[in-house]
Design a protein around this ligand. Structure first.
Ligand SMILES: Nc1ncnc2c1ncn2[C@@H]1O[C@H](COP(=O)(O)OP(=O)(O)OP(=O)(O)O)[C@@H](O)[C@H]1O
Ligand SMILES: [Mg+2]
Length: 267
């Protein structure tokens, strides 16, 4: 069994599932007890895509991962559980990330299953929720995740911002990764400062969740100097397989990006 699976198993069994009482109570009463216990329990077939920051390419990589798994014959579902920065449309609030995931996944789903919580202002999700006077109900997120998981061989869940983005006073978005037993893929946005952010994120994931399942480095800054040396440093210091090194490529399709990923370590 790969190290990250062992570490993940230890983390999920030995640590509190999250810092939210509501969340733990719900876990105890079995509301989500079955989600991680089937054939796919704690495998990489259920992935949480986090990043070193906002705007580092999480959606780009999440959509590409959908295509990469689909190309191997998996049915793929995806979620953006909580999104801020949404557009008001005649159908309701719509988020670009969620729409990109819907475009890349293979199962059919209602928008609200993919993105149960959508907020208009492009601000921190918990602040957007407060301003909208909405309480993010973890049971509702569980329900959407469960419904999609039931018909998806692979689930790809995109976070928001970075690993420790708050959802409310008690819960972090990363608690969903713990709660749903998702293996974590980190997207490193290749720019000045990313080595520190990547190593901090790795530490936090290992401390609160388990080992990283993989990482992707994504060239978000065409002016980045010493890019190769930075990637070499990431390879030397990150304790997980690199799934791909993506060049600066504006306008590239998710399918084209998928062709540059090696998901062997996730199978
Ligand atoms: N390798 C790349 N080359 C060119 N443009 C890129 C690249 N990666 C991402 N982008 C662009 O950068 C922007 C941010 O990417 P993306 O939306 O995937 O980031 P994100 O981490 O999901 O952001 P958020 O935190 O808002 O969810 C998008 O406009 C995307 O098209
Ligand atoms: Mg995104």
């Amino acid at each position: 069994m790969p190290g990250w699976r062992l570490a993940h198993r230890r983390a999920v069994t030995a640590r509190p599932r999250c810092r939210s009482n509501r969340c733990c109570a719900s876990s105890r009463d079995g509301a989500i007890a079955g989600i991680g216990e089937g054939r796919n329990a704690m495998t990489t077939r259920r992935l949480f895509i986090t990043g070193t920051d906002t705007n580092v390419g999480k959606t780009r990589c999440a959509a590409a991962l959908c295509h990469a798994f689909a190309a191997r014959g998996f049915t793929v579902g995806a979620m953006k559980p909580v999104a801020s920065g949404c557009l008001r449309t005649t159908d309701g609030l719509r988020n670009e990330d969620a729409l990109a995931l819907i475009g890349a996944m293979t199962v059919r789903a209602r928008y609200e299953e993919v993105n149960p919580y959508a907020f208009e202002p492009a601000i921190a999700p918990h602040v957007a929720a407060q301003r909208a006077q909405v309480r993010i109900d973890l049971a509702q997120l569980d329900h959407a995740f469960e419904r999609l998981s039931l018909r998806s061989g692979v689930m790809i869940v995109e976070g928001a911002g970075g690993w420790l983005t708050p959802l409310d006073e008690q819960t972090l978005l990363s608690d969903l990764a713990q709660r749903w037993q998702l293996a974590v893929v980190m997207v490193v946005g290749l720019k000045l400062g990313c080595l520190n952010h990547a190593l901090l994120t790795q530490e936090a994931i290992e401390r609160h969740h388990g080992a990283l399942a993989g990482w992707i480095v994504n060239a978000v800054d065409p002016e980045m100097q010493a890019a190769k040396e930075s990637i070499d440093t990431l390879r030397a210091r990150l304790r997980a397989p690199c799934l791909g090194s993506l060049p600066w490529a504006p306008g590239e399709s998710a399918r084209e990006t998928a062709a540059q990923l090696d998901i062997t370590a996730l199978l």
